[in-house]
Design a protein around this ligand. Sequence first.
Ligand SMILES: [Zn+2]
Length: 218
Amino acid sequence: MNEKFIKNEQYNFIKRQVDLIKDSYKKNSDPSVLKTVRELANAQILELFPQAAREQVEKLDLSRWKTDAEFDQYVQDLARCLIPFPKLTEPQVKKMFPKAKKLKVPNLSTVDFEKMTYLSWYDISTNKKFIIYELNEKLMGIECKYSILNKDSLCSFCNRFGQVAFISTITKAKKSNNPDYYKAIGNYICLDSAECNKKITSVAYLTTFLEEAIRKHA
Ligand SMILES: [Zn+2]
């Protein structure tokens, strides 16, 4: 059985559930309410892992924990089961962006690959944001244009409210009568990708965004 079976965004989801439980412990004293909160959180967590083996379900099961210390230990234990982001080297990154001339690759030795859903960085000289994500078990990279917004907004990837950048990719939508029809896909995304990676609990939006973006290569 694979020891590492939890993705970063799933781990964030679990942490959020634990925070909700801890919060309700502070506010409620009714044991039946607390039991319900715990059971609901447990069910939602297990729902994320329909293929989980028995031992994995046992690890994920939080219904027996009650104190803050126990919940902290639970989250800490699960951190050991995190699937790290594939460790990339500079040549590998460069290969993913063959069209980007003089691509500036971030210092990969300082990147925390352990808790990461997607890798992203900016090139301020060309005004571009790069994103690498493992889509359908294949690493893919896209480049976007970005502009920083002056007011805070919700991030489309992680739903966190904070400083965002408007990012857009140009896609060539397939239209038989107009082969050169271009469509811009834009989104407000956390300016700080490290923060975004700490908050993201679902990749639904991220994958839709990337799938749209890569259609231009189809
Ligand atoms: Zn975000």
